[in-house]
Design a protein around this ligand. Structure first.
Ligand code: SF4
Ligand code: SF4
Length: 111
């Protein structure tokens, strides 16, 4: 096949009717503040781990809202818990604490 220098974007449709939002609700009970995120991307722009790969804390925030827990857990392992994201967040979201909780998703059972 001839290469045109680009490729089709992978289908990322998400069926929200089938999304598992139980952990979002559990997270809302346990941790406050993360709902303040406005998706500005400042955390991603300054993130230590993002500078070394495709990790993107803003994307993780969006995946949480869509109940994509498998992806959240896979992404969170890349966080180095440096805390720079919190310093730049205009909404004072403690993304580092969130990532710490998401790392636990690898080992805890879901509600
Ligand atoms: S910097 Fe704060 S408000 Fe902006 S995307 Fe990151 S967590 Fe959300
Ligand atoms: S704590 Fe994690 S998400 Fe935040 S800047 Fe550091 S590596 Fe990135």
């Amino acid at each position: 096949m001839k290469s045109f220098g680009f490729q089709k974007i992978v289908d990322r449709q998400i069926d929200l009717d089938k999304a598992d939002l139980s952990l979002v609700q559990a997270l809302a009970r346990e941790l406050t503040g993360w709902q303040r995120c406005i998706g500005c991307g400042s955390c991603s722009a300054t993130c230590t781990a993002a500078g070394m790969g495709s990790f993107n804390p803003r994307k993780v925030q969006m995946l949480v809202r869509m109940g994509q827990w498998d992806q959240v857990a896979q992404e969170a392992v890349h966080c180095q818990l440096c805390g720079k994201c919190r310093l730049v967040c205009p909404r004072d979201v403690d993304t580092r604490q969130l990532m710490l909780e998401f790392k636990k998703l690898q080992t805890i059972s879901r509600p």
